[in-house]
Design a protein around this ligand. Sequence first.
Ligand SMILES: *Cc1c(COP(=O)(O)O)cnc(C)c1O
Length: 385
Amino acid sequence: MKNYKMDTLLIHGGATTDPRTKAVNFPIYQTSTYAQQALGQNSGYEYSRTKNPTRDAIETLIAELENGQFGFAFASGMAASSCAFSLFKSGDKILISSNVYGGTFRVLDKVFSNFEITYEIIDMRDVKLLESKIDSCVKAIFFETPANPLMQVVSIKELVKIAKKHKILSIIDNTFMTPYLQKPLDLGVDIVVHSATKYLGGHSDLVAGLIVTKDKNLAERIGFLQNSIGAVLAPFDSFLLVRGIKTLGLRMQKHCENALKIANFLEKHKAIDRVYYPFLKSDEGYEIQKAQAKAGGGMISFELNKKYDYKRLCQNTRIIVLAESLGGVESLLCHPASMTHASIPKEIREKIGIKENLIRLSVGIEDADDLIADLTQAIDLAKKS
Ligand SMILES: *Cc1c(COP(=O)(O)O)cnc(C)c1O
């Protein structure tokens, strides 16, 4: 473990230099297998599903960034969270926070349910409610903060306290914050999961997932599952992810700065009824967010006034691209009700606050004034006559 500050670790953490050639960028070991010196004698590498040097580079890097001990890289964020859910067995129950990523809900609801691993959705802002739901079947809590698309914040410290008291695992999806803004392992969380497809990769050019833990016993079980199930990250994608992470600090600073400017702009705009951004002082989660994260991140949602047509807004931006996903350098716009959250039935969607007029912005690192001008002209064009 290198004892550097975050901005240095981003560049020099993990296995950066090639030990053989001293190449400054760690090479892509595009190989499935490795020559063995004799029977039972190898260089530490036998087969690339089990271990690959380029994957080692990203796995050690993310472990250092999250202040953990053990990192694991997967073919997607869903492969990472599915690996974490594979720690459980029939009869076990996982409590999940409201508004977890749709794919996380789907894999529990439609896949792990087949193996009698059950879940219950809890509004974990209410810690008393959470505690009242813990019985002998409950083996873990799984949560996101801030959670998409209403950017709801839960207190990591409070949730960890409850998990420890009841001797159950705490698992967090830290995709929205990244270790640059929030370090859950330092607050006592057992397992951190990432969709590295988003901010960590940062350029919308790869799909990847990560797990980090400090616990040796958990790491052994996760490593076993990673190798047994086999959804590992490829060497080329491991390289791309290491490369993307080098600029994570600069990117996150700009994402956060731009997002705060845009959130302030939207909050004052007469066409906008409500803005959800956890670093706005008016936001319900502000105090907790300030206590546990460095900034508010790059994700904003807002409700457009009924005098405006949200469909017209979505099709009239010039710089901001209408697309799913988030966390890349380019700004993206999405309509949760018909895109990311379409699989949730309308009544439930409305109940949990995902209204028809809700729009989600993944704020990129373009010039903030250009983004604000783009939103201004698109909102103007969306006014109903
Ligand atoms: C995208 C996302 C995932 C799933 O990750 P993939 O890389 O798409 O499999 C999980 N959690 C959150 C918060 C996400 O945004």
